[in-house]
Design a protein around this ligand. Structure first.
Ligand code: ADP
Ligand code: ZN
Length: 362
């Protein structure tokens, strides 16, 4: 059992709890002093079937009125229409400012519940109970909430910090394999941008991690959350340092879009990491050995390093990076590595150079 406290200007804002069950959830809720509040648990059907009743009965120990809203799973439902369903539910139960939303799910449920909480009555509180590996180490921390709009991912949203993040590692047991591996796109990224010793640790513990052994999982999630914490604290609204978390994502997002979301986020990030590592070898100081090592590690964690059976053009991928939100005055802010564990922002990378790096993953 571990805890991390997220601060802002040295004041604590919320705690991330890493646990092996939901038992302490009730005492975490008690600390929020809701005073006769209501709670709405938002989940999706894949997760709700396993955990919604259990969470409801634990929340009920602190809050007498608890309801569950079960959404359709999947990124395709991460849109304004689903947000409206959440609003309707909140209105029908007469939720007000002292009431709380509880996101029980992966990144999709977390982003939407957070956005509904950010906007309903100009903002109510919410708690994150991330259930996917990706949500545990990435999307549940940092206060980014939102939905996709038209074909643009996370185009509409708000910064809204959760009141607590409570991770129950046991729920990973029902997470499908491919979804589990997808989380390693972000986890390996954490080591690559900030922490070489963590990266080495991941490599040498891969077998216990892949078999979801409790001790390794606790250590890994703690270390990844610590890196995410360090980055978001230094830059809560993404003006500088937080851009480093975008390593592998510029090309990754383009691929995700080109493949119409048939590849998972972490898989596309893995491909984006390979392209970014190649550019780091060409433009930064990353050595050829480090470049090869990175590809090996991604493979070790069952992530793709090239796209063999899909056909699309590297030119289109490179062009799509131009539309990515992470642009400044028409210039792509590309995250590269000086070496493993040391990332930096490079504004000199051209579309042509991106295109040749992408060719290497086709
Ligand atoms: P992500 O968390 O990767 O951003 P999603 O929220 O779409 O994306 O979650 C990925 C998929 O895994 C969804 O189909 C979701 O319903 C499912 N899922 C998430 N957590 C669990 C879990 N603990 N057990 C079973 N299925 C889960
Ligand atoms: Zn990501």
């Amino acid at each position: 059992n571990k805890e991390l406290i997220i601060t802002k200007e040295d004041n604590p804002i919320y705690t991330i709890y890493i646990e092996n069950n939901y038992n302490k959830l009730s005492s975490v809720i008690d600390k929020l002093q809701l005073e006769h509040g209501k709670a709405l648990i938002v989940t999706d059907s894949n997760i709700g079937i396993h955990y919604a009743q259990e969470v409801k009965s634990i929340v009920n120990q602190s809050i007498p009125f608890v309801e569950i809203l079960t959404l359709e799973p999947g990124e395709a439902n991460k849109n304004i229409e689903t947000i409206q369903k959440i609003y309707h539910t909140l209105i029908s139960y007469q939720f007000d400012r002292k009431d709380i939303l509880i996101a029980l799910g992966g990144g999709v449920v977390g982003d939407m519940t957070g956005f509904a909480a950010a906007t309903y009555l100009r903002g109510i509180r919410f708690i994150q109970l991330p259930t996917s590996l990706l949500a545990m180490v990435d999307s549940s921390i940092g206060g980014k909430t939102g939905v996709d709009y038209l074909s643009y991912k996370n185009m509409v949203g708000a910064f809204h910090q959760p009141s607590a993040v409570y991770i129950n590692l046991q729920v990973l047991n029902t997470l499908p394999e491919r979804e589990y591996y997808s989380g390693f796109g972000e986890i390996i990224k954490h080591g690559l941008i900030k922490d070489k010793s963590y990266y080495r640790w991941l490599k040498s513990n891969s077998s216990s991690i892949l078999s979801r052994e409790n001790e390794s999982l606790t250590e890994m999630i703690y270390r990844s959350c610590s890196i995410k914490k360090q980055v978001v604290e230094s830059d809560p609204h993404e003006n500088g340092e937080r851009a480093l978390l975008n390593f592998g994502h510029t090309v990754g997002h383009s691929i995700e879009k080109q493949l119409n979301f048939s590849y998972l986020h972490g898989e596309c990030v893995s491909l984006g990491i390979v392209a970014a590592a190649q550019l780091s070898y060409e433009h930064g100081n990353l050595s050829i050995d480090e470049l090869e090592d990175i590809k090996e590690t991604l493979k070790q964690f069952k992530l793709p390093v090239c796209l063999s059976n899909v056909s699309f053009s590297s030119k289109i991928i490179a062009q799509t990076t131009r539309n990515d939100k992470k642009m400044e005055a028409g210039q792509i802010k590309f995250i590269l590595l000086h070496s493993i564990g040391a990332a930096y922002i490079d504004k000199t990378i051209t579309e042509q150079e991106i295109e040749s790096a992408v060719q290497l993953i086709l």
